[in-house]
Design a protein around this ligand. Structure first.
Ligand SMILES: [Zn+2]
Length: 77
């Protein structure tokens, strides 16, 4: 897989809504691509922070903004 394909699949990967096959392809890519590893690590921290906030305390605007950030990080500019 190319880095661009990795970026496209990253949000699925982070949400764990990805197929096993695709997940393996991403993990194989991450083993030899430190650049994508950094992106995944950053996204995981962002998502972890997001999940740490009780849902009722997250305004829709914040939620949308987080999703936007994740998409931007994925390269969908
Ligand atoms: Zn890469």
């Amino acid at each position: 897989m190319k880095c661009e394909e990795i970026f496209e699949a990253l949000s699925e990967y982070i949400d764990e809504e990805i197929t096993i096959q695709k997940c393996r392809e991403i993990e194989a890519h991450l083993e030899h691509c430190s650049n994508c590893r950094i992106v995944v690590d950053t996204l995981k921290k962002t998502v972890a922070l997001y999940h740490a906030i009780p849902a009722e305390n997250v305004p829709d605007e914040v939620r949308l903004r987080l999703h936007k950030v994740i998409r931007l990080e994925n390269g969908e500019s």
